[in-house]
Design a binder for this molecule. Structure first.
Ligand code: ATP
Length: 327
């Protein structure tokens, strides 16, 4: 078996008394689209900076392609980083921005131009080479930043919330594009985000961070269907978390996804309650139900004309015990 693109072993980083990264072990395979997901301050960016070499770890090692690079400077690591704020040179043309890294490496002029044009084509910006960054939209600037990172043909591309500055619609378009681009170039992508939907839609696997530690590493489907902890269950998607002794008559903490619950459907579990809220959201409607046993339960249903009338009414919620996740 070949070495993983990235292997982190016992990685730690403290800033004074803050343990930003706390004993992280992780392997990312060659060619994977891997996301690091977690709330603000959970240590994702610091892990990325440790991989890139912008920070030196307090403990542990960073390996790239089986080689220990822990003590090597950034320019001796075969990785490139795309930042949220693009960091393009305003006085240079788009083509020169993209070719900059090649000039630093003393690649001959003609090859520089060819490779920069090829990189611009790969992000669908051919014909834009003569413009200045200021003459581009936010999404186009982000694609120039991508082209500039790809032109060196790094083994690994690190992306730190690269879509954070874009509006929702553009963001969703770029998610699809990034995924297609990654498939096309076959480079390992490591993507940092606090947006769970973004992580789920693009990634082969996701690491969920909390407090400098990894809570779970799994495929998007596994994360959603089998969260390993209450934190993952509530951070990834919406969950009903409730104590089993009250609702199910057995001990333990359980999670149940809102779309798995029905009103008076079939299912081998049932609980009575009263509808506190009916929230219309287009294709779906969310019911908030106060169970007689105590906890609140959110139910996601396909919208229909009769749902608003349920507000204030007693209902019987049903679900299958196989959809319960024991935590
Ligand atoms: P965000 O999504 O907000 O970027 P994050 O998950 O990427 O958050 P980090 O930026 O890695 O989190 O920060 C982890 C912790 O380390 C935070 O408590 C942060 O304040 C702290 N930290 C990060 N960089 C430094 C630094 N240079 N000096 C001091 N503390 C730092």
């Amino acid at each position: 078996m070949s070495d993983p693109a990235i292997r982190l072993t016992g990685l730690r980083k403290s800033f004074g008394s803050v343990n930003a990264v706390n004993a992280v072990d992780l392997e990312i395979a060659d060619g994977e689209f891997f996301s690091m997901l977690g709330p603000s301050g959970s240590g994702k960016t610091t892990v990325l900076r440790l991989v890139a070499g912008f920070e030196t770890p307090t403990g542990g090692t960073v390996e790239l392609g089986g080689v220990d690079v822990t003590r090597r400077p950034p320019y001796e690591r075969d990785v490139n980083t795309v930042f949220q704020d693009y960091a393009l040179f305003p006085h240079m043309s788009v083509l020169d921005n993209v070719a900059y890294g090649l000039r630093v490496r003393r690649v001959p002029r003609r090859e520089r131009r060819e490779r920069a044009e090829e990189a611009l084509r790969s992000v669908r910006l051919d014909g834009y080479g003569d413009r200045r960054p200021a003459q581009l939209s936010g999404g186009q600037r982000q694609r120039v930043a991508l082209a500039r990172a790809l032109v060196n043909r790094p083994k690994v591309l690190l992306l730190d919330e690269p879509l954070g500055a874009l509006d929702l619609k553009l963001r969703e378009e770029m998610q699809v594009e990034l995924k297609a681009l990654q498939r096309q170039v076959g480079i390992t992508f490591v993507f940092v985000t606090h947006d769970q939907e973004e992580a789920l839609t693009m990634s082969d696997r996701v690491a969920v961070f909390s407090d400098g530690r990894i809570e779970q590493v799994a495929t998007p489907a596994e994360l959603y269907e089998r969260p390993a902890s209450p934190f993952v269950a509530s951070f990834v998607g919406t969950s009903n978390l409730f104590p089993g002794d009250k609702v199910l008559g057995r001990p333990g903490l359980f999670s149940l996804r809102p779309e798995k619950v029905r009103v008076d459907g079939d299912g081998d579990c049932a609980a009575p309650g009263v509808v506190a809220e009916v929230v219309y959201a287009g294709a779906v409607t969310r019911l908030v139900v106060d169970l007689d046993a105590g906890p609140r339960m959110v139910v996601l249903l396909t919208s229909s004309a009769d749902l608003p009338a349920l507000r204030g009414r007693p209902v019987r919620l049903t679900w299958n015990s196989s959809d319960l996740i024991a935590l």
